[in-house]
Design a protein around this ligand. Sequence first.
Ligand SMILES: NC(=O)C1=CN([C@@H]2O[C@H](COP(=O)(O)OP(=O)(O)OC[C@H]3O[C@@H](n4cnc5c(N)ncnc54)[C@H](O)[C@@H]3O)[C@@H](O)[C@H]2O)C=CC1
Ligand SMILES: O=C(O)CCC(=O)C(=O)O
Length: 530
Amino acid sequence: MSNKPKVLLLDNIDPVSAEILAGRGINGELYAKLTPAELEAHIKDAAGIVVRSATQVDEALLAKAPKLKVVGRAGVGVDNIDIQAATRRGVLVMNTPDGNTISTAEHACGLILSLVRNIPNAVESLKAGRWDRKKYLGTEVHGKTLGVVGLGKIGSGVAQRMLAFGMHVVGFDPYMTNERARELGIKLVDMDELYASSDIITVHTPLTDKTRNLISKEQAPKLKKGVKLVNCARGGIFNEADLLDMLNDGTVSELALDVYSTEPPTDDMRALLEHPHVVCTPHLGASTEEAQEKVAVQIAHQLADALELKDFKGSINGKSIALSTNAELQPYLKLAEQLGRFCIQLAGWNVKELTIEYTGKCGTHAEVLTDAFLAGYLHQVDEAPVNLINSRYLADGKGIKIREIKESSSGTFSELMTVHIGGAEAFSRVSGAVFGDSDYRVVGINSLQIEVQLQGNLIIYKNVDKPGMLAAVSSKLAENDINIASLSLGRNPANMRAITAIAIDKPAEKTILEEMASVDGVEYLTPISL
Ligand SMILES: NC(=O)C1=CN([C@@H]2O[C@H](COP(=O)(O)OP(=O)(O)OC[C@H]3O[C@@H](n4cnc5c(N)ncnc54)[C@H](O)[C@@H]3O)[C@@H](O)[C@H]2O)C=CC1
Ligand SMILES: O=C(O)CCC(=O)C(=O)O
């Protein structure tokens, strides 16, 4: 059996993806269509899976894929992937945001032209032996107003193309600046103005709570009578149940759909699809040779890069993971993770608030460093694996409140990470720093200076600061043949308390730790293994 990582390439992905993966030492297995049972069998040992829109990557499927690291979408929309479930499981989800832009924009324009010139109906009529020239009198788009909702890659592309046809283009997109709109020749308007002024409305947004039912009976009074509608984005942006009535009462004169809230559309959609003023295509926006090759090439490279932990382009649920390959960050990522491992063992599970204070330049990357800290902090959590993708999500699920503070550099250390542990019994603050390239140390616990390397087996205890303490505690190690590798002690004369960190050559058994903890004056003792 090959020990190369295996990636399932589903939904008729262009075979070029398998060739690219093979060149990167990855087994890409191409399957046009799998039954649920076959998919379950194949996904068991897969490190990656690439889909288009047909395969539903849901919680149930992810649960059957213990080795899965990456889900790749050869396309834009990820609505067939349960991002939350993937994030929870630490599985990276990535898409290819621009590989099919041109094809989809061209398809939307094709639909617009099909509508205004009755092309599909006219073709069908002629093929049926009729010569209906009068019936298929059309209209020009020149001089008419096109309303584009969603001025991202595809929406802007449609606008540009239809401007070339002489249309006026108005658009709505909360994230589009006036300056960029002006450059494109689009007039930015609010939705009410877009509804009121558009002869044709085309939508190019994702399906979200804000875009669902963007056009339904409710908007009818706002629309230009006989408006033409195009949806080449996602089913559900138009209220499908209302569209038939809106066509029948003349609110909408022509409708073009490429996408449906259920794909393939269910039987209750038949009346709408068969309506003479409806042009419909079976989700063909991205179905061109060029787009399919582009997305297959892009996703294969992206997936191979991610599996090699080289780059995370196109990642959707791994904001910080994209940064994690930054060479300068590596020592701080390691420090953060080791500090996380240290803190959870020091403070236990009752912590409900963690404040992470970044001193110096490392604060620029506070977000990814906190994710790394949390990955270390939650490393013992049973929902393996915990990584930069799901660590914050898991912390949230455990009700742990996370705060970040960024300070400019001050004091002894120019770069310092300090963790304030809310609700911990004995140890409420831990500071760590990087020495050289790869020497990670705790440099303070509570308000005391202490220096211990974040590696191997440690014992940390708090004690009354009185003569003979160290000898009494360390003798228990000597009696059990455990060598001390290093030792650091911080004292607070004001309250006569000290904290001691001992690095030992091998782990101490529970009975030895109990003996140490029972020494008179030891108030709290905990082993730490890193
Ligand atoms: N029919 C097909 O085969 C294809 C469909 N698509 C779909 O087309 C849509 C657009 O894709 P792209 O342009 O690549 O994405 P994009 O991310 O570049 O653009 C989406 C735009 O929608 C805007 N937007 C989000 N919420 C909005 C709202 N409430 N009102 C107005 N604008 C809003 C965003 O600001 C963004 O500019 C997506 O839904 C995608 O899944 C994409 C490729 C192929
Ligand atoms: O893979 C396809 O053909 C669907 C494309 C699509 O809808 C998308 O990329 O969002």
